[in-house]
Write a protein that binds this ligand. Structure first.
Ligand code: ZN
Length: 108
């Protein structure tokens, strides 16, 4: 018998194939890889995707989980909806005063 690192053909013949690939009998991930080829990994149980293509998790679902995720990914909140609205409210007052002064002819 020829010695190889993994004698894949012999394992297939013995019905003990351990590699995943096009001929693998189990359920294969439905995702497309970055090369454009179909993913050949086995799916996570009760899902259609492998562990690397969203089978493991699709993100938080509960409001608490979503809030926790947002808090974990927020760096400074400078662009958050609340902060932007507050800055707009602060800047509205001087803008209105400037506009009134220009209309009254006191400012050019
Ligand atoms: Zn996959």
């Amino acid at each position: 018998m020829e010695l190889t690192l993994v004698n894949h053909q012999k394992l297939i013949e013995a019905d003990r194939a351990t590699r995943f690939g096009p001929g693998w009998p189990g359920t294969i991930c439905l995702a497309k890889t970055r090369q454009g080829t179909p993913c050949q990994n086995p799916v996570v149980t009760n899902r259609n995707r492998c562990r690397m293509h969203g089978g493991k998790s699709t993100g938080p679902r509960t409001p608490e989980g979503k809030a926790r995720s947002i808090a974990a990914h927020t760096k400074h909140g400078r662009r958050s909806r609340v902060h932007v609205a507050r800055v707009k409210a602060i800047n509205a007052e001087p803008r209105r005063i400037t506009y009134d002064l220009k209309r009254a002819g006191l400012l050019r």
